[in-house]
Design a protein around this ligand. Structure first.
Ligand code: CAA
Length: 240
């Protein structure tokens, strides 16, 4: 039977590509999103993938919506923690809100969603969790203490949960994308982005599909011996 996969932040950018790729690989896919109804509607029209709207930074909303999804469609076997935002700014200009929004959406969301699915995965003795980290969580980035801290946290979270899940056939891995051609990266000032691209050995931004193909592999039954690992997909920009 097709496995049920949930992709947070699945209606746009890398998340959208992950939804399409998991669907092509034969999964039943659900996308979650927080705010952009229009993008979600267009996404469902294009993909046929249903969406659920809630804030992944809200613990209670995650527990309630996961219960709802499981009532509607069955057990969640694959969870892709992809939802993420940027609120860039240097430390001396960053507000508490910019710090907190990024920590809640990018890092606390991983706890909130994993906590909601972990009991079921343990009972069924199967699970695949893939967390989307970042090159900037590995290497740091000027203007991103919030984002780098959250993404770095994801990498530690992944290794700890991988140890807990291993005996129950639940694998937990991370992907660390480099600079991918999405709205998030296009929002970086042009002169700054040019300098970043100049430092990518492959000589270009990545494509969302190039991340999605890595996710599909880590989420597959074939990847059962891979857990606690981070797959860097960054065109050689940072070799970790
Ligand atoms: N290293 C050292 N110095 C830097 C620097 C860097 N990487 N970037 C900027 N500076 C310097 C500038 O040269 C400038 O110095 P001078 O005043 O002496 O010329 C000073 O810092 C201020 O720079 P800005 O004018 O850019 O300052 P700002 O306050 O207007 O903006 C910023 C700061 C918001 C951080 C802006 O530089 C920016 O947006 N940078 C991009 C941050 C980034 O890479 N974000 C990634 C988003 S995509 C993503 O996160 C996805 C992923 O996972 C990869």
């Amino acid at each position: 039977m097709a496995r049920l996969a949930v992709v947070t932040g699945g209606t746009r950018g890398i998340g959208e590509a992950i939804c399409f790729a998991l669907k092509d690989a034969g999964c039943n896919v659900i996308a979650t999103y927080a705010g952009n109804d229009e993008a979600a509607k267009l996404f469902t029209e294009r993909s046929g993938v249903p969406t659920y709207k809630f804030d992944v930074g809200d613990f209670d909303a995650c527990q309630e919506t996961v219960r709802q999804i499981e009532n509607d469609l069955g057990s969640i076997e694959i969870l892709i923690n992809n939802a993420g935002i940027t609120r860039d700014g240097t430390m001396h200009k960053m507000t508490f809100e910019q710090w907190d929004q990024v920590i809640q959406t990018n890092l606390a969301s991983c706890f909130n969603m994993c906590r909601a699915v972990i009991d079921g995965m343990r009972e069924r003795n199967f699970g695949r969790i893939v967390n989307i980290g970042s090159i900037n969580g590995q290497a740091g980035q000027y203007g991103q203490v919030n984002y780098a801290a959250a993404k770095s946290g994801i990498h530690g979270f992944t290794k700890a949960l991988a140890q807990e899940g291993a005996a129950k056939n639940i694998t937990v891995n991370a992907i660390a994308p480099g600079y991918i051609a999405t709205e998030m990266v296009r929002a970086v000032p042009e002169n700054v982005l040019e300098k970043i691209v100049a430092k990518i050995p492959v000589g270009r931004l990545g494509e969302a599909d190039e991340i999605a193909r890595g996710v599909v592999f880590l989420a597959s039954d074939d990847a059962g011996f891979i857990t606690g690992s981070t797959l860097s997909i960054n065109g050689g920009q940072h070799m970790y």
